[in-house]
Design a protein. Structure first.
Lengths: 363, 97, 294
């Protein structure tokens, strides 16, 4: 029964298949899993835009409600970008938008039903100080951090500490790269900036189609948190499908870019999981080529893909909670292992574990 | 009530929705998400601006309340609101159960 | 995790609610106050999965508490164990106002006569629930004592009749005046003071799928011993007050603007001060709805 719920959800998320006609009871479980994975609005948009399935009326209300909520978020993002662009143009910088905010601004398929909490933008590292100063004049302030976290952001991270708008309450993440600089996989940010493309009909910019996909894949594999893993995977699926529709040569370009930026490994895992779970149309040769570029051995492949599949299951009693938690914890450790050299990593993890323990005691 | 809304994209990239009740105007701004209620003289100036949207009527509306040059309807409404000439319900100000 | 079959599934207005709860106060509360609500087999699609349960650990024994969960999500801090039944009501309000955006939802009591709805939006303390309870006992149909649901597509009001939540002095006042009314036990020392829930009349529950046309909005203001007064409000003013009291106006954006503007266009609105004379209030409201017919 519980396995069935996840299978049913996946079937609804596969754009190339129509899936079974579900009973009310199975629909309810699909909605519950989707809710715990931040995917209800996405299901609503899949039904509405792609007509990939037809929900019964009782389910349609739930989906419509999530759809309305998503539209509200679209409006908020559009307004924030409009305001941020004023700051950027004052400084003579292009506003480069990342992730969910970019999908929204460019009206990409990956934005359909995509819900998120912060606006993400990318700036050249050399401009961060100036930009942060300008943000203050426009009502943005940095959320308070203790000294350790401040140091952590300043020296190891690829983004500024989160900023909040004093009146509107929105959160802004200002990035200077897509991966922490302490990470062995950290790409040259200048390459990303140079390839950025203008969003049609706006003054905003976003990463190139290849870099958008690589960013989403590295975020999934190195972000360390899998709470939104399945949602991120559907982003990758949508990004890939749309890019391939727009450009028949896209998969080849993506491989070349992954090799150039040194991100073949996270891309391999992300695409592998996409194909396995969402049946993303991808040729085996693409995966083979990535696997050999990333020099990924057989044993490691087997182990990692098993952990990855477990971690991408929604964290919900309908879906076997314990295995999910263990797999997510292993991937959390792995992401930190890749992101930080050991002399930084071990004290960092000990500190986090200590904080978590003392926090849970305080409750 | 006026049914065919004129092209407000002249002034802003964001949709503006208006309804008039007995000379009072309700204005919804889809960018900020704010709703404004315009009464009295402000409403009359706004009505002129709404019915004959032009840079001139915007300027007139704006000039009545500020000495800055007209930028767009956002600025106009923001300025009117700051001077408490119109009331508004703010985006995100939903009641909590 | 309780098994699937332990739950009961209730039709509450347009919503199907799956309730898992082993707490006696809640079970008795549901038996007593929700006796007239249609029950469904567990195989139907439910909008909300609600669980109320005591936390594990030491809090099981000392200063016992209760947790409210919407599926796996726990939106509130635990409350004292004896508040479990009002907690269910508050939690369900939270679920509806956060997840039912096919409606514009306004913090208002709403009652009906002759197919026409009279809304009483109100900040806490304005006396809307007390007035609502009184009028419901005088033959008006209860649509909701807390959440007015305006259907975004049709503009009609969708009933979601629930037990009427009465606070402090209002409990005795209503119980004495209407001895046939059925109440939950009084729960003391909640954030809102003492609370009791009044069972909705059976007719209101049975007719929960009969919608009503919005006709009159009164903003009640209870002042002890005040003279009754009724002051007309402009439609634009009423709009702003209603938007302010909405739970999801800003979520709905331009849709919410249109729905609310269409509604106030068809309604008359008043500021209503009264000193607690229910008969006089009922008479006044009857007259208002009579006028609204023309």
């Amino acid at each position: 029964m519980t396995k069935l719920a996840f299978t049913d959800l996946l079937a609804k998320l596969r754009l190339s298949e129509s899936g079974d006609c579900l009973s009310d009871q199975r629909w309810e479980q699909v909605v519950r899993l989707a809710r715990s994975s931040g995917l209800v609005a996405r299901l609503a948009l899949y039904a509405q835009r792609f007509g990939s399935f037809r929900p019964p009326e009782s389910v349609a209300w739930t989906l419509q409600s999530a759809h309305s909520y998503w539209l509200a978020q679209q409006r908020i993002v559009q307004w924030e970008l409009y305001e941020l662009e004023k700051v950027c143009s004052f400084l003579g910088l292009p506003l480069i938008v990342l992730k969910g905010s970019a999908y929204c601004a460019a009206d990409l398929h990956a934005g359909l039903g995509r819900v998120f909490n912060d606006i993400d933008i990318l700036l050249p590292k050399s401009k961060l100080g100036e930009f942060k100063e300008a943000l203050k004049w426009h009502g943005w302030y940095q959320l308070p951090l203790d000294r350790y976290d401040q140091h952590y952001y300043e020296h190891w991270m690829h983004e500024l500490p989160p900023m909040r708008h004093i009146k509107r309450g929105t959160t802004l993440d200002v990035h200077h790269n897509i991966v922490p600089e302490t990470c062995s996989l950290c790409p040259n940010a200048q390459l990303l900036l140079d390839a950025a493309v203008n969003i049609d009909g706006t003054a905003y910019w976003m990463l190139s189609p290849e870099d958008r996909l690589l960013h989403s894949a590295t975020h999934l594999m190195l972000g360390g948190e899998f709470d939104n893993g399945l949602r991120d995977l559907t982003d990758i699926d949508l990004l890939l499908r749309q890019a391939c529709d727009d450009d028949a040569d896209f998969q080849r370009k993506l491989l070349a870019r992954a090799a150039q930026l040194g991100l073949a490994l996270p891309l391999f895992y992300a695409l592998w999981a996409c194909k396995a779970l969402l049946h993303t149309p991808l040729s085996d040769s693409v995966l083979h080529e990535l696997q050999s570029t990333a020099k990924l051995g057989r044993l490691r492949l087997k182990l990692m893909t098993a952990i990855l599949l477990a971690a991408l299951r929604p964290s919900h009693p309908l879906c076997d909670g314990l295995g999910v938690a263990v797999a997510r914890w292993l991937l959390y450790l792995r992401s930190h292992w890749l992101k930080m050299p050991p002399q930084l990593l071990i004290p960092h993890l000990l500190r986090k574990a200590w904080l978590r323990l003392s926090n849970s005691e305080a409750h | 009530m006026i049914d065919d809304a004129p092209a407000f994209r002249l002034f802003t990239a964001f949709e503006i929705r208006c309804r008039q009740f007995d000379g009072e105007w309700l204005v919804y701004h889809a960018g900020t998400g704010d709703t404004h209620c315009l009464q009295g003289d402000t409403a009359a100036l706004f009505a002129d601006f709404y019915n004959h949207p032009s840079a001139m009527s915007a300027e007139k509306l704006y000039d009545a309340y500020t000495d800055l040059a007209p930028a767009d309807i956002d600025a106009i409404l923001a300025s009117l609101t700051e001077r408490h000439l119109i009331k508004r319900v703010e985006q995100g100000a939903d009641a909590k159960p | 995790m309780p098994s699937h079959d332990a739950a009961r599934v209730l039709q509450i207005g347009p919503f199907r609610v799956r309730i898992h709860c082993d707490i006696p106060a809640v079970k008795q509360g549901l038996d007593r106050l929700y006796a007239d609500y249609p029950q469904h087999p567990s195989s139907v699609f439910c909008d909300f999965q609600i669980r109320l349960f005591p936390p594990v650990g030491i809090r099981r024994f000392i200063r016992k508490q209760v947790i409210f969960a919407f599926d796996q999500f726990i939106p509130f801090k635990p409350l004292p164990y004896n508040q479990a039944m009002p907690f269910f009501e508050w939690g369900l309000n939270w679920c509806i106002s956060g997840y039912a955006h096919r409606f514009l939802i306004i913090h208002a009591a709403v009652i009906e006569k002759h197919g026409k709805a009279l809304m009483m939006p109100g900040t806490p303390g304005a006396g809307k629930s007390t007035l609502c309870a009184a009028l419901v006992n005088q033959g008006w149909r209860l649509l909701s004592d807390e959440l007015t649901l305006i259907d975004c597509q049709s503009g009609v009001i969708q009933p979601v009749p629930r037990p009427v939540s009465l606070k402090n002095q209002s409990i005795d006042l209503i119980a004495q005046r209407y001895p046939d009314a059925i109440f939950s036990p009084v729960v003391n020392d909640t954030l809102k003071g003492s609370v009791a829930l009044m069972k909705p009349p059976q007719a209101a529950v049975v007719r929960a799928d009969e919608t009503a046309m919005p006709a009159v909005v009164v903003f009640p203001a209870f002042q002890p011993n005040a003279e009754l007064s009724l002051a007309p409000l402009s439609q634009a003013t009423a709009f702003m007050k209603l938007a302010d009291l909405s739970f999801n106006y800003s979520v709905l954006g331009s849709v919410g603007f249109d729905v609310l503007a269409n509604m106030v266009a068809d309604c008359r609105a008043y500021d209503f001060a009264y000193g607690g004379d229910f008969d006089q209030a009922a008479e006044t409201f009857d007259a208002l709805l009579g006028d609204a017919a023309s």
